[in-house]
Each structure stands twice: as C-alpha cells, then as structure tokens.
Design a protein around this ligand. Structure first.
Ligand code: GRF
Length: 249
C-alpha cells in the first residue's frame, strides 16, 4: 500500500491501553503509517501510561476528577461537571499548542469531548480530526459497556466500530466496522477477546486509510458527513477481518 504521509497522532486513554500498545507496536514495525507524538490520560493510574513510557512517548495526565473537584463550592452538580470539563479541556488545548497533530485517536478514553474542545479540530468536510473505537456494532449499544451489552443481550454476532467523533456519544460518521461470531458456551471474556483482536486490526487499517488519502468525506448540508473508503482492496480486507474473527489467521 502506498501511504501519502505518516500521520502524527495524539492518543487519549483512561485505562489498560491495549489499543495504544497495538498502535505503538505497529508504528514502530512499519505496519502503521503514523507516529504517536504524545499520550493524554484523564487519570494517573492508567496502565497505558507505562506502555507510552516504554516507547519513550511523552504522556500527560489531565486529571478531570481534580478539575471537577476544584469547583466543589458550586452546588449544582451538572454545572460543577461542566466547569471541570471546560478546565480540563483548556489544559489539553495548551498541550496541543506544543505539537502539530493530524489526528486525535481515542483508545479507551472514558470522557466525552465537548464542542469547546472539538471545534479546534474541525475540517472543511465537516468532521473533527478525532477518531474513536467503540466495542459494539453501532448504532447498537453505545456507551461505556459495549461488550457487556452485546453479550448480555444474547447477540449471535458482535462488532466493533471506528468512527469520527462528533458532539454526541458514539454518534459520529462511521469509517469501518467488523463483526465476530458469538458461539454457544462463550463467556464475556471470550467475546471481549475476539472483539479486541479485531479492534487492533481495524483501528490500524482506518489510520492507514487516512494516511493514504483513501477516506473520502462528503459534506452533507444539515446531515452527517458521508464517509466512503476508496480502497481497491476493500473486499479483501473485510474478508481478512472475517477470517480473523473466526480465528483462521
Ligand atoms: C476498548 O474495548 C475500546 O473499544 C473501548 O475501550 C476499550 C479500551 O481498551 N473504547 P484498551 O484500554 O485499549 O485495552
């Protein structure tokens, strides 16, 4: 595949950071046409911070909890959160002034980004330069517990979705999705494991598609931008994901 450029990424995490690990590994061995400039975590105990350190990637802790608590004199809870989020996002924007970032990649970041922050990353086509991976086949099961919700609902297929972030929760334009089977006798951990294997693969593929200019975005008046992947090998790639989901590769 010919990449037009190596993208510069900022990765946001809150937890274990296995997606971060996959992107760091692939960036260093050449499977990802992108470099990770820095990592932001909204909490100091995120294990992903260790992973960044091992790769010598700078990381910043933007402690949302502390920002919210600094408004403890405000009696209205929603207002307290609004002010705390604004302050945390302002801190993040200060960090961005030191870098030139092509895309923000959310990898298990458990906070919603508000329009105040997102507007800084708006493109002409009407999407923000912010990607998310969601552990369900959107629009099914948005929110924090994609694997649990898929499993407990009794779904026979689960899925993972990479999408541009918009102002809503898991509502932005879809770039790619992959599905995996859920077999009788599977438990939640089987399901999560199968899904995560796909997550690593499709997140890297989406970033490579962006790097090679294969993600076409059409602005739609008063509607969600339309995303089309212009890759001559699209079907082969999807088939590879299906094989992977069945443990065949
Ligand atoms: C992943 O399942 C991702 O889809 C979701 O959060 C989880 C993060 O896992 N947004 P990890 O921290 O990358 O291991």
């Amino acid at each position: 595949m010919v990449y037009e450029k190596r993208l510069k990424l900022a990765i946001f995490i809150s937890g274990s950071g296995t997606n971060l690990q996959s992107l760091l590994d692939r960036s260093s061995d050449g499977r990802l046409s992108a470099d990770v400039l820095f990592v932001i975590s909204d909490r100091g105990d995120a294990y992903g911070l260790e992973r960044a350190k091992r790769y010598g990637v700078p990381s910043y802790i933007v402690d949302y909890r502390k920002h919210i608590d600094s408004f403890r004199h405000v009696s209205d809870r929603i207002e307290r959160w609004r002010l705390g989020y604004r302050q945390a996002e302002a801190e993040m924007l200060e960090i961005f002034k030191r870098y030139e970032v092509d895309y923000i990649v959310l990898a298990g970041f458990m906070r919603l980004l508000t329009p105040y922050f997102l507007e800084n990353f708006k493109t002409e086509e009407g999407v923000f330069r912010v990607l998310n991976i969601h552990p369900a086949l959107l629009p099914a099961f948005p929110g924090m517990h994609g694997y649990e919700d898929t499993f407990h609902y009794g779904c026979r297929w689960g899925g993972v979705t990479v999408h541009f972030v918009d102002e809503g929760e898991d509502t932005g334009p879809i770039i790619a999705q992959a599905v995996y089977p859920i077999f009788p006798g599977d438990n939640l951990e089987d399901v999560r494991k199968r899904g995560l294997t796909l997550e690593y693969e499709i997140y890297a593929q989406c970033i490579n598609w962006l790097a090679s200019g294969m993600v076409d975005i059409e602005k739609i008046e008063k509607g969600k931008p339309k995303v089309t992947i212009k890759d001559p090998n699209y079907k082969d790639i999807i088939q590879k994901w299906i094989a992977l989901a069945f443990g065949k590769i």
